[in-house]
Design a protein around this ligand. Structure first.
Ligand SMILES: [Zn+2]
Length: 293
């Protein structure tokens, strides 16, 4: 066993996704922007007796340095269910290295804005760097279309779908989690809806190629329903990233509150936690992780 592999033996993100893959359920991986969402995710996980992952964007590092990371790590450590901390879509080499000095369990090394050879070279180098520090990595072969809040808009890059050959090239870099592009989109699916875009035959070919080597991650889950989550899990997906579907009900609530006049900020924060928690619990039911902690 290499020293990197030895250091990953107790990695929490890997353990959570291993169990999910074996058990045939998906891990709700919640992009969190603030304290309220972090607390809500932990409360939902404990209420549902479900494992979960808390995701931060690099935005959290550039805005708050280590502070939100440390807070989230503290929440993960004190939860009575498996809860791990992951950095989503880290596009910058130096920022990956900085993040690897913080208490993340896993980091998405997203070098997909580089040409393929450079992408593979940097992914391998940063994966080795993270593994030496006990941190697992995720990468995205191909290009998942669209942009997400807090990320540079990458929608100008042409979407490229993942092939099994390409997936294996990324597996060879040593990554632990693979996020294939099989028609999934960051952002809105439009009139066709996600079913109009997703290529499950492509996902299945990628799964067959990488099975047992890496965990499969699903990005771009706006407008997904329970049947679609389950279909993805059936094709080997174990990590399910969620983002906007939690923000929309919260924004609606905040708009309504503004219209009804003054409310103490403490009450607004408590109600924010409640509404995020309710949504995360619903997603845990839909992804099948409830009761699996
Ligand atoms: Zn993503």
């Amino acid at each position: 066993m290499s020293s990197g592999a030895e250091k990953l033996k107790n990695n929490k993100s890997i353990a959570i996704l291993d169990a999910a893959e074996r058990g045939g359920y998906g891990i709700v991986s919640v992009v969190c922007y603030n304290l309220e969402e972090i607390i809500a995710t932990a409360r939902a996980a404990e209420a549902k007796n479900s494992p979960a992952m808390i995701l931060l964007f690099p935005w959290a590092l550039t805005q708050f340095k280590s502070h939100l990371v440390n807070l989230a790590a503290d929440v993960c450590a004190s939860a009575n269910v498996p809860l791990s901390l992951h950095l989503d879509h880290c596009l910058e080499y130096d920022l990956v290295k900085y993040a690897a000095s913080l208490p993340f369990d896993s980091i998405m090394v997203d070098m997909s804005h580089y040409e393929k050879d450079e992408n593979l070279r940097l992914t391998k180098e940063l994966t080795d760097y993270c593994h030496e520090r006990g941190i697992a990595t995720e990468a995205e072969p191909g290009r998942i279309e669209g942009g997400e809040d807090g990320l540079k808009d990458t929608a100008d890059l042409e979407g490229v779908l993942t092939t099994p050959e390409q997936a294996l090239e990324f597996v060879a870099t040593g990554i632990d989690f693979l996020a294939p592009a099989f028609g999934n989109i960051h952002g809105e699916y439009g009139a066709k809806g996600p079913r109009g875009w997703l290529e499950f035959d492509r996902l299945e070919k990628v799964r067959k190629a990488v099975e047992g080597k890496v965990k499969i991650v699903l990005h771009g889950t706006n407008a997904f329903d329970q049947a679609l989550f389950q279909q993805c899990v059936g094709h080997g997906v174990s990590k399910i990233n969620v983002n906007k579907q939690l923000i929309d009900p919260w924004k609606k609530m905040m708009n309504e509150r503004h219209q009804t006049g003054f409310l103490p900020i403490t009450k607004l924060m408590e109600d924010s936690i409640d509404i995020f928690q309710k949504e995360v619990e619903r997603l845990m039911d839909e992804c099948g992780s409830s009761g699996k902690a």
